[in-house]
Design a protein around this ligand. Sequence first.
Ligand SMILES: *Cc1c(COP(=O)(O)O)cnc(C)c1O
Length: 222
Amino acid sequence: MSFITANVKKILKELPENVGLVAAVKTRTAEEIDEAIRAGVKVIGENYVQESEKVFPLVKEKAEWHFIGHLQKNKINKVIRIFDMVETVDSFEIAKELDKRCAKLGQIMPILIEINSGREIQKSGVIPENVVNVVKEVSNLENVKILGLMTMGARTGSPEESRPYFKITKEIFDDMKEMDLPNVEMIYLSMGMSNSYKIAIEEGSNMVRIGTMIFGARDYQK
Ligand SMILES: *Cc1c(COP(=O)(O)O)cnc(C)c1O
């Protein structure tokens, strides 16, 4: 059994029952992704459209594909072709574009709204006080469907330091759930990565995106 299989099995065994695993596969090969899926991964998260175009046709095992990178207008048609969910919608404009292209194909794209919980200028995501407005606007679009929220949190030194970002995102999630807007279902709260997922789960995450802990360090980190 290779380390990828062992890692996936260990993580799946340890995750609480209500928490889904997204394997973050940027820079990984089709063989590595296949192995992760055979070991039990059901959802693949990919950041780069170009990379996904290369690797997607080579991945033999079946899984659901989530787009978790920065979404650009000129890549939307490709994103729609490959992905089953877009976790990183961070403006009405980009949602409208996604909606328009999905309408042409007669499909509905499940999306999460990305929250810039760390309020970092250079990061994508909706800042907390704008979330209600963006969600309301996006909920009027017929060919995208909001199913929850996603956040990265600010870059921090220690995992414990990301706790406040997870906390604020969970508060927004609960508020939005309570508002019970038409065409909005607050089901998924996607937060937590290899170094922070345990804390994210303590703060209410039910979807964790894990790369390094499954596949090892990425080449550019070695
Ligand atoms: C790379 C990435 C992850 C996984 O990060 P690891 O530290 O390798 O677990 C999760 N989410 C997003 C959006 C990423 O880009």
